[in-house]
Ligand binder design. Structure first.
Ligand SMILES: Nc1ncnc2c1ncn2[C@@H]1O[C@H](COP(=O)(O)OP(=O)(O)OP(=O)(O)O)[C@@H](O)[C@H]1O
Length: 210
């Protein structure tokens, strides 16, 4: 779908609760190409709930989310957005290569080919390994390769640094940096202090959104 307006995510007056408990309310923010939003908050404050709401997996109790000025279902949002959550979105019974080919079959191609993406995330040579034989950190690297090979503008990443070694953490920061420099946007949760000093990092602390 063609964008009628410039890519922009607009969240207005969002409220979400779980089991009669309000997690956050009155949450508004905007995100444009080149911007990164870091969601912070204590355990149980609703960070994952907010990300899953932004992905359309659950409905907000109040408020509105717009992409390029349009309601999500009327826009190209679901083709422009990619989510990496706790489950990584990979199929454990398939090989590394099969997973990436599967992802590519469901999306438009991105900036990188499969071989180049595997090199970038340091999984070159693991093409034929079934995913269940990979370590936790390697599975996370594979989910990052998926982001690189498919078309997307907005990355939504839930605790992307989990299971990664120092080199893996540096890798994600480098990938985020490159993505936003190419006009991408990123929303992520993390308990890790990001070293993206040169990027205009927005922060929202969910504990203060009640
Ligand atoms: N599937 C679910 N059913 C019912 N309640 C849930 C469900 N998932 C989460 N919750 C509740 O919603 C609240 C917010 O959870 P959420 O996972 O969004 O928090 P979080 O900020 O991401 O936490 P953490 O930092 O521990 O990952 C918690 O109180 C949690 O118990």
């Amino acid at each position: 779908m063609e964008h009628t307006n410039p890519a922009e995510l607009a969240v207005v007056d969002l409220a979400c609760g779980r089991d009669d408990r309000l997690l956050f309310s009155g949450l508004s923010f905007g995100l444009r190409p080149g911007q990164v939003l870091l969601l912070e908050g204590s355990n149980g404050s609703g960070k994952t709930t907010l990300l899953r709401t932004l992905c359309g997996f659950r409905e907000a109790d109040e408020g509105e989310i717009r992409w390029c000025g349009q309601l999500l279902e009327e826009s190209s949002y679901y083709a422009d957005m990619a989510y990496v959550g706790h489950a990584e979105g990979i199929k454990k019974e398939l090989t590394v290569l099969e997973n990436l080919r599967f992802a590519l079959a469901l999306s438009q191609p991105g900036h990188y080919g499969i071989d180049e993406a595997l090199q970038k995330v340091q999984l070159a040579g693991y093409d034929d390994n079934p995913v269940h034989t990979l370590s936790a950190g390697q599975k996370r690297r594979l989910s990052l390769a998926r982001l690189l090979i498919t078309h997307n503008i907005l990355w939504i990443l839930d605790e992307p640094f989990t299971s990664l070694d120092r080199q893996g953490i540096d890798l994600i920061e480098t990938l985020i940096d490159a993505h936003v420099k190419q006009g991408g946007m990123v929303i992520l949760t993390s308990h890790h202090d990001l070293s993206l000093h040169h990027i205009g990092l927005q922060r929202i602390h969910l504990d203060s959104c009640l």
